[in-house]
Design a protein around this ligand. Sequence first.
Ligand code: NAI
Length: 698
Amino acid sequence: MSASYEVRDGVAVITLNNPPVNGLGYDTRRGIADGIERANGDAAVKAIVVTGAGKAFSGGADIREFDSPRATAEPNLLSLIKLAEASGKPIVAAIHTVCMGGGLELALGCHYRVAAPGAAIALPEVKIGLIPGAGGTQRLPRVLGVETAMNMIVKGDPVPSEVLASLPGQKLIDQMIEGDLLAGAIAFALKIADVRPLPSVRDLKVKHPNPDAYVKFVRNMVAGMAKNFPAPLGCVDAVAYSLKARSLDDGLAEELRIFKGLMLTPEAKALRHAFFGERAASKIPDVPESTPQRTIATVGVIGAGTMGGGITMNFLNAGIPVTMLEMKQEALDRGVATIRKNYEAQVKKGKLKAEKYEQRMALLTTTLSYADLKNADLIIEAVFEEIGVKETVFKTLDEVAKPGAILASNTSTLDVDKIASFTKRPQDVVGMHFFSPANVMKLLEVVRGKETAKDVLATVMAIAKKIKKTAVVSGVCDGFIGNRMIEQYSRQAGFLLDEGATPAQVDKAIEKFGFAMGPFRMGDLAGNDIGWAIRKRRAIEHPNMLYSRTADKLCELGRYGQKTGAGWYDYQAGNRNAIPSKLVEDMIAAHRTELGITPRKISDEEIVQRLVFALVNEAAHILEEGIANKASDIDMVYLTGYGFPLFRGGPLCYADSLGLYNVAQAMKRFARNPHDDAAFWQPAPLLARKVAEGTSFT
Ligand code: NAI
């Protein structure tokens, strides 16, 4: 049983015990139900306290049982809450640390609630595309009033217990308890043991002075913000229904109806895929969680440029001291000034307290001497992307770094195995591929070299969590997971121009699909010269690679993007608005004439399919080669690093939702286009196998 039972001073204490967060899995629900029945049948028991062992009252549903029959097996959460409500002896929920989702719904089914300060209280179901489904939308408005409950349920964010307890008229928390929560809860239970009738949230009324206008206002506001996500509006409708429901049971029926409808939406499936994908990403098949980790108390960063500064900030934010090394004092000064500017902007916006800013800066030291890195536990290199420069840096590191230090490279394209070979300790070398801006972007590709030690990987995954990144392991290949796929996407964007589309049409189509930014606006932001340099290198390695020459021609015109005031689009000084460029359109038209292509009208649907299915086909190769461990890892890379629309769950989740047969058929159609790359569009063997078997990626 995942709940224990004992009697103290005539009070039955039922303690949820299902680490890490006392999820309400089948065994736990059974344990609570049995405890309630046992207490009711024991004449010596006057009242019941329900609480949680360890680090939570309860975090809600047990996510390990999602999609399994155990999730709904009796007693399901609804029946358990009913049982608690119907108990002849009073039940007191003793809330601490975490009380979320089903945990809060259970507490609302108890007769009383006491809480420790600092408990995080929330109904976060909206974040996985759902609404609370065990009475939360009907009971929370009864204890907090409809407006507060609406806010909490639509946003899903936790609110501290003491804040809720201080709200005028609230009936959620009967008493705050400082000090020993259990002792306080037992004392409270003894005090109310004889009070009859037992209070019930069920009997409270939900009121609003102007319900129709209020609901209309909230609906409009939430509709504007929720865009492609149906769950927030589902929350509004369910909570609003509490105002007109004939009874609690009527409200529960409506809640269940909305819940079931949302459960089937692709958006809810996508959000759940992302939710589990995030957790799964940290698990590496052959690196068990018990793998010992190295201690990372101090970090060295080499290079204080665009990436080095951002990387440094991540560690300072997490309270880890950093020594930043550069070749020249000016470069160090520039790097430190940029870090200061970023923090100052945060202070100005009220996102960072001034004293915190100073505390963080105090953790930073700078140096021009490698000897100062001799105590660093982790050293991350972010110098120029040239193998010769990396060679010098890693050879020097091999001499100065202490034994066991982890040596990481932030390279975006170079061979991590080769970089490791510059040292006599390749087992300590790993890729840590951050994304720009490194202090903001969530994604971290952890590149596993062929000799990278397991404890190095385990350590880097753990430190990634500490600096709040979503880390995904990638094998060594050109571009790793993310950039290798984006190259195919960019190639398609180029072919589309050759065939008749404009940059603005391509961008608009894919932005309508939900991408944060289309490929051409993105190129202008990041700098078109970066891709140009890569293509020049590729041209030597893969002379037969097909791609549209329009991007090279653009760079030959000096149009690198926003930084040169012109790129695929024109820009007005001091303004990032992309204005379609006549000059670029003429350049593209002249290029088509050179190729002998008569431009055709290309539908938005074709644009989206070619860009997204290019990602899918390359992803299937990456998966089959073992560069990525699992499909959800690839989706996490795209959701957290490339602006792929969250409500579609990532390229592979999206392909699954369309049906892989349809995706492969479209690829075969694209292969017949004489201006496209027929060889690329042969469905990857893994994709073809999945179509034949009728299975999916995710
Ligand atoms: P950057 O040019 O802004 O900064 C590089 C810095 O390294 C410069 O400040 C330079 O003075 C310093 N440096 C060069 N050689 C050095 C040496 N031997 N010792 C110490 N310092 C040295 O370059 P950026 O953009 O920061 O890129 C750095 C690395 O990060 C490259 O490997 C790049 O491929 C990778 N990267 C870049 C991304 C981006 O969006 N800029 C994204 C992900 C990775």
